[in-house]
Structures are given as C-alpha cells and as structure tokens.
Design a protein around this ligand. Structure first.
Ligand code: SF4
Length: 338
C-alpha cells in the first residue's frame, strides 16, 4: 500500500483525479476500480508493487507495430480495472475483485528495482504495463518507469485511454509509447451498456494530451458482432483520430473471440473486419492493420510507393526492410520509432 497521487479533498470526501471516472470517495470507501481507498482522509493505492503477471512478449503483441519493431518487452500487470468489460480476455485478473468480492490484495510483492533488474536479465530494453489497465497501478508504474529510464529502458502502456490529462502529464516524461484500446468503435451506448463507463469523452482528452506530450500512440479497436454493425461509429472514430492525431497513427482492427460474459457471441466475421479496414483506408489512414487474424493485414507497406516494408506473422516480426526509418525504394520517411 502507498499513498496515492492525483487526488484532492472535496468537503469530507476525496476526489480521485487519476482516471476519467473521477470518483468521489467517502472515508473507508473504495473507488470504482476497487484498488484505491480513502483511509482517514488520505487516498491510498492498495496494490502498489503487487504483480499478478510478468512475461516477455514481442512488442508486436501489445500491439505496437511502429515502436522498435522486432523487440521484446518485459510485460507486467497488477490485478483490477477501472472498466468492467463483459468480453474481457483477461477477466481472471482484471475483474477479480469485482467478481469474487475479494477484499485482500492479490499478487506477489515486487519493487521497481526488481522489475527493472528482471527486464534487464531477460534482455528486454522495453517494459510494458499491460494485460490489465496500467492506470490502476499508476504509482508503481510511475516509479518503475522512472527507474527504467535511468537504466536506458523504454516504457509503454497498453491502456483503455481513461487516464486524466493530469495523469498523462505526470507519466509523460517516462512514457515512450501507448497503445490506446477502443472497443465497439468508441460508441457511447456500448460503453454504457457493456463496459459500465458513462462517458467516452475522457478517452479523447487523454489522447490529445498524449499527443501534446509527444507520447508515441497506436490505436486498437475491437469489433464486436452486434455492435456498430452499420460501422457508422467506426467512421466517426476514424475521422476523429485523423483530424486530432493525424493520418499516420497506426490503427489496429481487432477480431473479437467469445470470452467471459460474451461467450455466446460469435467471433467477428472476416468480412466485417475487411469492411472496417476499407473504411479506415478510405478515410485516409495510412497504416491500418488487422489483429487476431494471423497472416492477414499484419504487414507494413509504404504509403507512397506501396513497397512491402515490414513483414509479420502472428504478432511477430519476420523481416524488416526499412533503411533506418525510410522506405528502401522511394525514401519516404515512415513513422517508426527505431
Ligand atoms: S482510478 Fe478511476 S476508478 Fe479508481 S478511484 Fe480513481 S477515479 Fe475511481
């Protein structure tokens, strides 16, 4: 347990300013994420240093296709989440406090030094805060990311994008890249009904702050059958991304597979994924990928001359033909962090 960052007093309660929910928390109560508690007028992060997952992954698995392609990243997570997605793949660690009404904190204890040393001993020059929402273990991620930078290690978040601008500003000096995950194309109704999130506006505020802070961004969108089948929300999402973040932001269109409380919903038809892909390309996005469809839509092509630049299969890079960050055929600069 550690005193939390980003909160203030409002009357006899505490306002948490870490994520867009901005919970107002009474003495002795928890926030919606169930890992931040008001104890005697101070807000505490209950899960500081308590990790439930530590793995080495290809960076492409986050997915980050344009950030140090072909690298491996040391990936960590704490239990809990500020969202309650009914289709979560990692529900056993993200929803565990909600589902099992658990009061004790899960996970082995680690220090930031432990994580950084383990990343180095695994030969990783990147640490990813992932699997669950990094915002809910922000204090530990912050301390680890700061130490990682001192050792020359980069940091990436895989996030639902619900961090407040204050949180983005705080982590920005140590956060090199972020994968921001949309579900159902950011449709507000879907977020209300199946994610338990009242408002999608904080996601856009977070993205705009990330761009301001020069954090490298890639976007994912999970396409769930039965939601946004007409793809109007997706069109709006792409336009918003293009107009606010630019047409070079990589977009990953992810196939849904039945999971958790959505085990009776079929996987996304390939046809829908292809149509979604075409919409993103038609709206001018230069780097559009398919996810969870090994061997399809994973390669990077030069937007100027069409040359194949990076080949991938099943979220692993197999060949990189870039010359530095340029197309080997026409010399176009490609937005890739190397
Ligand atoms: S992180 Fe979000 S969900 Fe958790 S207490 Fe703070 S505002 Fe509430």
């Amino acid at each position: 347990m550690k005193e939390a960052v980003l909160w203030h007093k409002e009357g006899d309660r505490l306002r948490c300013d870490l994520c867009g929910r901005r919970c107002l928390i009474a003495d002795g109560a928890l926030g919606v994420c169930l890992v931040r508690k008001n104890i005697d007028g101070k807000l505490y992060s209950l899960n500081y240093g308590r990790l439930v997952a530590l793995h080495v992954d290809p960076i492409e698995k986050k997915p980050l296709f344009h950030f140090q392609p072909g690298s491996f990243t040391f990936s960590i997570a704490s239990a809990g989440c500020n969202f309650a997605c009914r289709f979560c793949d990692n529900y056993d660690i993200s929803q565990v406090y909600r589902d099992r009404k658990l009061e004790q904190v899960l996970g082995e204890e680690y220090t930031p030094e432990d994580v950084v040393n383990q990343a180095l001993s695994e030969g990783c020059r990147i640490i990813s805060y992932t699997y669950t929402e990094p915002t809910i273990f922000f204090e530990f991620a912050y301390d680890t990311a700061r130490l990682a930078h001192e050792k020359g290690i980069k940091n990436t978040f895989v996030t639902n994008g619900y961090m407040t601008p204050e949180a983005v500003k705080m982590i920005a000096p140590y956060l090199d890249a972020a994968t921001v995950d949309f579900k159902c194309s950011g449709d507000p109704d879907c977020y209300k009904k199946i994610i338990g999130v009242p408002d999608v506006a904080p996601i856009y505020e977070c993205l705009i702050e990330m761009k301001k802070q020069n954090i490298f961004i890639e976007i994912t969108n999970l396409v769930i059958p039965g939601f946004d089948d007409e793809m109007s929300s997706f069109k709006n999402l792409v336009k918003r991304i293009r107009d606010n973040l630019g047409d070079e932001i990589p977009i990953h269109i992810l196939r849904f597979f039945p999971a958790y409380r959505f085990s009776d919903i079929p996987e996304t038809p390939l046809e829908s994924l292809r149509k979604t892909y075409e919409i993103a390309r038609k709206e001018g996005m230069k780097f559009v990928y398919l996810g969870n469809v090994p061997g399809q839509g994973e390669n990077t092509y030069c937007p100027s001359c069409g040359e194949l630049l990076i080949e991938r299969f099943g979220l692993m890079m197999s060949r990189n033909r870039l010359k530095g960050d340029k197309c080997p055929k026409c010399g176009t600069k490609i937005p890739v962090v190397i």
